[in-house]
Design a protein around this ligand. Structure first.
Ligand code: DGY
Length: 323
């Protein structure tokens, strides 16, 4: 009888998911749902693991991969995988799996929520009621900016971008998009219109960033980009914090070069409580919860387990990102 492979799970997960893994593997689990696994523990466990069930807060870099001699697969709980050195993994024959598709609608819903929150000042309004600052109905009390019939500019027209465009149609928005490649099918189906990055910035009332973090996209929303936006426009980021230069965003908000921002992601997460962005009333900050519905998180965990089982039993996984 051959020994079962060893999987290390970097966060406490529901017993049902761990059970599912135990059917085909020995399983080690970092015993906290909130605290990420410390680096030294991750390195030690990865060195003896055949599979890693990883979170996007785990750095799966060259140091880890080179020392993980038995490793065959990393299943990342998320669609993004910028925490993983995919080039090195590929060179070493390690499959990198993610969880696309199943989180598309949930993340698109959250994107619309951020647009609504930022435009209609919902966070501020909520605070106001809770803190007893609602004194009377008055004509411009908590008046925000409309969403309907405005122009939405989507940067990064992947599946989530398309799902946002679909929702935006329900709000009678005009949809522009910018992407590495044009998407004629999406243009036809969703009425989305292609624009260069600069034109999209100039024309949009809500600029939504949904691009993956790569060498190409890191810092693409910088001082110059924010200057091109309308002073009445909002920047919405549901991708990765590092796609924007935070100091430049702060400057643009301070100078009134843009009206506000909705941010589900930050360059450093969790964002420190004294971060200048958190002090601005025109910024709606969320704690990276794009795909965080219970249904979707279950589906993502199930998918990671399926991907691990497939690779460790010599079958192709459902999702693999290596070229
Ligand atoms: C992802 O899947 O990459 C998201 O950021 C997780 O919520």
């Amino acid at each position: 009888m051959t020994a079962k492979p060893y999987i290390y799970v970097t966060r406490q997960l529901p017993a049902e998911i761990i059970e599912k893994l135990r059917r085909f593997a020995e399983v080690g689990v970092w015993p906290s749902e909130e605290r990420p696994v410390p680096r030294d523990v991750l390195l030690r466990e990865a060195a003896k693991a055949d599979g890693l069930f990883a979170m996007l807060s785990d750095r799966i870099d060259e140091e880890l991969l080179s020392a993980a001699k038995r490793l065959k697969v990393v299943a990342n709980l998320g669609v993004g995988y910028d925490n993983i050195d995919v080039g090195k993994a590929t060179e070493l024959g390690v499959a990198v799996c993610n969880t696309p598709d199943i989180l598309t609608d949930t993340t698109a819903d959250l994107t619309m929520a951020l647009i609504l929150m930022a435009g209609r000042r919902l966070g501020e309004a909520l605070e106001c009621v809770k803190n007893g600052r609602w004194k009377s109905w008055s004509p411009f009390f908590m008046a925000g900016t409309d969403i309907h019939h405005k122009t939405l500019g989507i940067v990064g027209m992947g599946k989530i971008g398309e799902a946002v465009a679909e929702r935006a149609r329900g709000f009678s928005m005009k949809v522009l998009y910018h992407n590495r490649h044009r998407k004629p099918e999406a243009e036809k189906r969703l009425g989305a219109v292609y624009r260069s990055f600069d034109d999209l910035l100039r024309e949009s009332d809500y600029v939504v960033c949904l691009t993956p973090l790569t060498d190409e996209t890191r810092g693409m929303f910088d001082r110059e980009a924010f200057k091109k936006m309308k002073p009445s426009a909002f920047f919405i980021n549901v991708a990765r914090g590092a796609v924007a230069v935070e100091e430049d965003l702060i400057e643009a908000l301070e100078k009134g070069e843009i009206a506000g921002a909705g941010l589900d992601v930050f360059a450093e997460e969790p964002v420190r409580p004294d971060h200048p962005l958190l002090k601005m009333k025109q910024v709606v900050p969320l704690p990276h919860i794009g795909s965080a519905s219970t249904e979707t998180r279950w589906a993502m965990m199930e998918r990671c387990a399926e991907n691990l089982e497939a690779v460790l039993s010599g079958r192709p996984p459902v999702n693999v990102v290596n070229p």
